[in-house]
Design a protein around this ligand. Structure first.
Ligand code: MCA
Ligand code: AMP
Length: 497
């Protein structure tokens, strides 16, 4: 067993690793379940040799067993979004060329027909109970470990490939900066197909010997009851969740609110990230709970890059300074290195936590690096020593509820609608979601469309967070002299700056 996450788990032994619907599970349980699963995955092979293994497993013991089991067998995990539609799963399975799909009894009925049609073997975790003992392969840190699908400036999501060494660097940086320890207890309600949930919460917690309480999804009342009972020392969420928690606190009775707020106030660390945290939310949270949220900045391709101080200033509207082991620079539009404060530039990142490649997309990989530095596409400026995110270079990237969405991908789906001839998708500011998806469409002659029927049609094809929340039917889309749709003018149609 040569992967540090697992060798460390040996030393954590009988400590409780997970509190889940299935009960409590020790680090020893995780090791045993993942060993058995690794052997079942291997069958008669000695090493999966980076075969892609898709995971459609809810948070809990079975998810960790599937992830660690795949890694211990030498495979590459491709976690799927639990609430995705069949076309979205099909895209991930086909693009990653998944050989095996690990799932649960409940989800097997939903993914089974797709596996039969596309060919990957389906393995139901609970079906694997006993296996004959055998050696597991040596998995070196330079090997590929995980493919996460991320939307961007291409119409279809790209697979971000990280190695075991990248993952280790991402974990070690956060464990050092935020002082994780075996006494920590953290709730996990974020989805486990993105790094916020996978690395920042699950893997940092397990690396440290901490206790993680898993939930199938974010549910404010359940969580608040546990907070009131002092169940956690650390808390990590996207801004939308803090907005929803503020709403829940405000509608609680004053005695309940006091108890919840006292619970939050006692935690040693509360972090916000994945999207900009509005200064008003930072302030309101502080007023309610006495906690200064620590905001940080990251990306699937690089892990976390910038963070406010754990011991030191947590400045609203800023994302702090580079994390341990991460190098960050700003490059101007004219490709000049920015050396002074108050001059905006693109954030570029280098270091062991940065991914190596987009799966099967060598050209896009090359274009994404500038002399070894990853080009994030985010603009920032340094003010009084702290980085501030100013926005993105591409208007086609939307951040909604912490999810990164591609306007181009949503447009491609909308164009399949029988009455839509043309469309332009943008993100418009939204108090709860950060940005909300809005679509301007031109319809075929004589046709009509309303938002409810459009949403119902989209539901079969795309995850709920990609479905337009606002619809505007127009006679023509605004275009420039070259005939290209001008997104700033589309924003104005929605009355958005
Ligand atoms: C859901 N709804 C939405 C959206 N999402 N409406 C507008 N915009 C959205 N984005 C609607 C649904 O259609 C539904 O409406 C209702 O809200 C409830 O849906 P549900 O899915 O149950 O919502 P929820 O459970 O309350 O979800 C909110 C959430 C979730 C908990 C904030 O979106 C979430 O877990 N987000 C985190 C994503 C994440 O982990 N991102 C990190 C990526 P109706 O009832 O009418 O049908 S990693 C990353 O970004 C980098 C690396 C980083 O820095 O971390
Ligand atoms: P993802 O591709 O889902 O990994 O999302 C990464 C993107 O989320 C970054 O490129 C940023 O645009 C955005 N992001 C993450 N953290 C923050 C933050 N604290 N403030 C503003 N944007 C953020």
């Amino acid at each position: 067993m040569n992967l540090p996450l697992m060798t460390r788990a040996v030393s954590h032994g009988d400590a409780v690793a997970l509190r889940a619907e299935t009960g409590t599970h020790s680090y020893r349980d995780l090791l045993e379940r993942s060993r058995v699963l690794a052997i079942a995955l291997l069958g008669d092979r000695d090493d999966l040799r980076e075969a892609r293994v898709a995971l459609l497993v809810p948070p809990g013991l079975e998810y960790v067993a599937a992830q660690w089991g795949t890694w211990r067998a030498g495979g590459v995990t491709t976690p799927l979004c639990l609430s995705a539609t069949e076309p979205e799963w099909e895209y991930s399975l086909t693009d990653s060329d998944a050989e095996i799909v690990i799932t649960t009894t409940e989800l097997a009925a939903r993914i089974g027909p797709l596996c039969q049609r596309l060919g990957p073997r389906m393995l139901v975790v609970s079906d694997v109970t006993t296996v004959a003992p055998r050696e597991l392969p040596d998995v070196t840190p330079d090997r590929r470990a995980m493919i996460l699908y991320t939307s961007g400036t291409t119409s279809k999501p790209k697979g971000v490939v990280t190695t075991h060494a990248n993952i280790q660097a991402q974990i070690e940086s956060l464990v050092a900066a935020w002082e994780w320890s075996a006494t920590d207890r953290i709730p996990l309600f974020l989805p486990l197909h993105h790094i916020h949930g996978i690395i920042n919460v699950l893997s940092c917690g397990l690396w440290s010997g901490a206790q993680i309480e898993t939930f199938s999804k974010f549910d404010a009342p359940t969580l608040l009851d546990r907070v009131r009972a002092d169940a956690y020392s650390v808390f990590m969420a996207v801004p939308t969740i803090y907005v929803k928690l503020i709403q829940a606190l405000q509608s609680a009775s004053s005695s309940d609110r006091d108890a919840y707020c006292t619970g939050f106030g006692r935690m040693r660390l509360m972090v916000s990230g994945s999207a900009a945290l509005p200064g008003s939310v930072h302030e309101e949270w502080f007023q309610l709970t006495g906690q200064k949220l620590l905001e940080r900045y990251g990306m699937t391709e690089i892990g976390m890059a910038l963070s406010n101080a754990y011991r030191g200033e947590r400045r609203p509207g800023a994302v702090g300074v580079p994390l341990p082991g991460v190098e960050v620079r700003l490059k101007s539009e004219s490709s000049q290195l920015i050396r002074s404060e108050n001059e905006p530039g693109e954030i570029q990142v280098r270091g062991p936590s940065v991914f190596g490649e987009y799966w099967n997309r060598p050209e896009i990989t090359v274009e994404s690096f500038d002399d070894g530095w990853f080009r994030t596409g985010d603009m920032a400026v340094i003010e009084d020593g702290y980085y501030h995110i100013m926005g993105r270079l591409s208007v086609d990237i939307i951040k909604s509820g912490g999810y990164k969405l591609s306007a181009l991908e949503i447009e491609a789906t909308l164009l399949e609608h029988p009455v839509i001839c043309e469309c332009a998708v943008i993100g418009i500011p939204d108090d709860t979601w950060g940005e909300a998806v809005a679509a301007a469409v031109v319809l075929k002659d004589g046709a009509s469309l309303d938002i409810d029927s459009l949403r119902a049609w989209c539901r079969e094809r795309q995850s709920t967070y990609k479905i337009p929340k606002q619809l505007l039917v127009v006679d023509a889309l605004p275009r420039n002299a070259m005939g290209k749709v001008t997104k700033p003018a589309v924003r104005q149609l929605f009355g958005s700056p």
